[in-house]
Design a protein around this ligand. Structure first.
Ligand SMILES: [Fe+2]
Length: 278
């Protein structure tokens, strides 16, 4: 099997050709995929056809599956490893999670102490327009930061909060009921050794050892670097697309789409380790 690696944008992402994820992958190809994943942060395989069982073993070459964080009473899906990202409703209730419209840039699972390191998403049904996923390279975001901001963030911890809302600023007022975690604002990737920004619009709420109003100003200053158009790739989904990305060095967001269009993607994650401060 020969593997082709074709960049998707100047900053992030590559398409892999010549791999069928429903079949066992040789250890040589696994090494190639892992290298392509580390080099490109996000990799895409088109025209895949995967049963749920095949989907669950699709990213074995990155590591073991990570379980969902959402409590069983706040989710519809019975499988602890597969989330249905879908606006499809049965008896008026969404069949999955995160159903509708836009979602701001975020690091998956940043709100728990040990975030899963990778997320994969496999598309089954997609709208004719919209519902795209944008990916931002957080190594490149770190590199873009002015030296002054790099210095301010060095050694700082950021609180990441998520209450399953898709487009609103994190709220510090009810922390006891809401998932949240402290993480380094700049992380060092354990495999590549590179520094990456770990601040995002949806979940980053405040900084340690800084008055909250000053922390808010600092976050507002950082976000334009974290969402600079030069570090973003926007993925337009086709059915059968399989994407897997590294949550330690990327963020992603979803663009709006019409309510009248069906959208169904299946998501799984790969277990991570505590993040390392750069
Ligand atoms: Fe996400």
């Amino acid at each position: 099997m020969s593997v082709e690696i074709i960049p998707l944008s100047p900053s992030i992402g590559a398409e892999i050709r010549g791999v069928d994820l429903s079949k066992p992958i040789s250890s040589n190809v696994q090494q190639e995929l892992l290298k392509a994943w580390h080099d490109n942060v996000l990799i895409l395989f088109r025209n895949q056809s995967l049963s749920d069982k095949e989907l669950l073993s699709s990213s074995d070459w990155i590591g073991p599956l990570g379980a969902r964080s959402r409590p069983a009473d706040r989710r519809q899906e019975p499988d602890p490893y597969i989330m249905l990202v879908s606006n499809i409703r049965k008896d008026g209730k969404p069949i999955g999670s995160l159903p509708d419209g836009e979602m701001w840039f975020h690091h998956d699972m940043a709100f728990v102490d040990v975030p899963h390191k990778a997320t994969f998403l496999y598309s089954v049904e997609v709208p004719k327009t919209g519902g795209n996923t944008k990916f931002a390279n957080m190594y490149a975001a770190y590199d873009l930061l002015p030296d002054r901001l790099k210095k301010v963030l060095e050694g700082k911890r950021v609180m990441q909060i998520f209450d399953y809302k898709e487009t609103s600023q994190p709220d510090l007022s009810e922390l006891e009921n809401v998932k949240h975690a402290w993480h380094p604002a700049i992380v060092q990737h354990p495999e590549t050794g590179r520094k990456a920004l770990y601040v995002n619009r949806l979940m980053s709420a405040t900084f340690e050892d800084l008055p909250h109003d000053e922390a808010k100003v600092l976050i507002a200053e950082i976000i334009p670097y974290a969402e600079d158009p030069s570090i973003i790739y926007e993925h337009i989904w086709q059915p059968g697309d399989f994407l897997v990305w590294d949550n330690r060095c990327s963020t992603h967001a979803r663009t709006d789409f019409p309510e009248t269009e069906r959208r169904l993607l299946k998501r799984g994650m790969i277990e991570g380790a505590p993040l390392i401060a750069a």
